[in-house]
Ligand binder design. Structure first.
Ligand code: CMC
Length: 437
């Protein structure tokens, strides 16, 4: 719980009365100035486009130290979680606050496993989409429709319904993502199998067919499980803030999650893994390693509007700790699949090497982020590029629910409603049409 540590006195040069505002200290991270009474005391708002210096809530879930390159879920370092836990243990931790013991782990895995099938009617809905639709467009539609199929989990204010919605979405998301993929390649949908783990099941639903089993390679199942763990939560990022804001109106949890998925789709957020891979393929098409110099020059020229996708982060100003783990996993997967000499992966490694030593990137603290490597891993596993962001959404489902729960349970919670600095026309009169210029 945050403690009041000190206060700040505001003195204005325009005759506004002075104001004293409390300062709170969290467990770690910068102190925050509580401005909630500022407007009442001074008649002024604060201005912070992009929320660069604004804490939008109190949270006990995830902590990022961007300078030190540290990421903690409920206090546990991401490296230890990625090494010692599976994704469903991490889901339990994020949702309920503690790692499960053996019995809790078994029960939770059972619960999730027994909710992986989706209402069969959803297949009719799926089949109405164009085969060439972007999978994120399909996933958005399917998740948005969940309120229609699971009306008993729609009351966001009821903790039991919210918990059931979380279990349903964590369990069903791999099924929905695999369904969207199968639709795009005109293959029959593959049903989940209860004897498989969460990650094995996803690969099975993606790559098995009714005629052929898909023997799951444990190295690939572990790699996909790690992708899920690394993407499970990331404090108040754009999609999570969207989910919180949306759910603050009291809407259905499924609707709030669909809003988060919409936000995640953008190339500056979850869409970056797809954009990073497309960038690598483009470099390869234009000459591979020989084209990297020209590409980097374009990135450094702001007028080109080109960014090195998979590099840079709003919070991490040193190496993204998730990228370090993903880099190792990437090497394991390439080794396992005999792809170390694949031209696409060679371009990626060369690009990374050059960017890490180039003054432009070094001076701006631009390091690879998790998306740079997760795209390579997914491509190697055989996941189509257009599905990468859907995989990210699958992994982030638990973070969105943990954050939504925390927001709803906070006694100070009110509907989110930012204010603005209005710079439009002052009040004026509507002229008859013949007098308008
Ligand atoms: N390539 C080239 N230049 C960059 C890049 C990049 N990827 N990222 C930032 N810059 C430059 C930017 O042009 C600016 O330069 P200057 O100071 O000369 O104007 C400076 O670095 C600061 O950039 P910014 O846009 O003010 O930083 P931001 O905190 O608003 O943006 C970011 C963060 C992630 C949107 C941005 O780094 C970016 O667009 N990266 C590429 C997309 C990407 O990989 N996104 C995935 C983020 S991780 C997954 C997730 O959490 O969603």
């Amino acid at each position: 719980m945050a403690n009041e540590q000190a206060s700040v006195s505001l003195h204005f040069s325009d005759g506004t009365p002075d104001a004293e505002l409390p300062i709170y200290r969290g467990t770690c991270g910068p102190d925050v100035i509580d401005i909630s009474q500022l407007y009442k005391k001074t008649g002024k708002f604060t201005f912070d486009p992009g929320f660069v210096a604004t804490a939008s809530c109190r949270s006990n879930i995830t902590y990022i130290d961007g300078q030190a390159g540290k990421l903690l879920y409920r206090g546990y370092p991401i490296e230890q979680l990625a090494d010692r836990c599976n994704y469903l243990e991490v889901c339990y931790l994020l949702l309920y606050g503690e790692l499960p013991n053996e019995r809790e782990k078994r029960d939770f895995e059972y619960l999730v496993t027994h909710h992986t099938m989706v209402n069969d009617q959803l297949q009719y809905f799926l089949h109405e989409f164009r085969r060439d639709a972007h999978p994120m467009a399909i996933i958005l539609g399917l998740v948005g429709a969940m309120s229609a199929f699971y009306p008993k989990s729609c009351n966001v204010l009821d903790p039991a319904q919210r918990n059931m919605a979380a279990v349903q979405m964590i369990a069903k998301m791999p099924t929905l993502v695999a369904m969207a993929y199968k639709h795009s390649v005109s293959d029959p949908v593959i049903y989940p199998r209860n004897e498989l783990t969460y990650s094995e099941n996803f690969l099975h639903m993606m790559f098995a067919t009714p005629c052929e089993r898909y023997p799951v390679n444990p190295v690939l199942a572990r790699a996909i499980d790690r992708i899920f763990i690394l993407h499970a939560d990331h404090e108040q990022n754009a999609s999570t803030s969207t989910v919180r804001l949306c759910a603050s109106s009291g809407t259905s949890p499924f609707a709030a999650i669909a809003a988060g998925i919409s936000c995640l789709w953008g190339p500056r957020h979850g869409g970056a893994n797809e954009a990073a891979l497309r960038m690598l393929m483009d470099i390869l098409d234009r000459g591979g390693e020989a084209h990297i110099g020209e590409f980097i020059s374009k990135v450094k020229d702001h007028s080109s509007g080109i960014r090195l996708m998979g590099f840079g982060h709003r919070v991490y100003k040193s190496y993204d700790p998730r990228a370090k783990i993903m880099r190792e996993t990437c090497h394991d997967v390439l080794e396992e699949l005999g792809l170390k000499n694949d031209p696409l992966f060679k371009v990626a490694l060369k690009l990374e090497e050059i960017a890490l030593s180039d003054e432009y990137f070094v001076s701006r603290n631009l390091y690879p982020n998790v998306d740079f490597y997760s795209g390579i891993v997914q491509k190697a596993i055989g996941i189509p590029v257009s599905l990468f962001t859907a995989v990210f959404a699958m992994a982030r489902m638990v973070g969105w629910f943990a954050q939504m729960n925390e927001m709803i349970e906070d006694p100070a919670q009110r509907i989110g409603r930012p204010r603005q600095l209005y710079t439009g026309a002052a009040e004026r009169e509507v002229l008859p049409i013949e007098e308008r210029q």
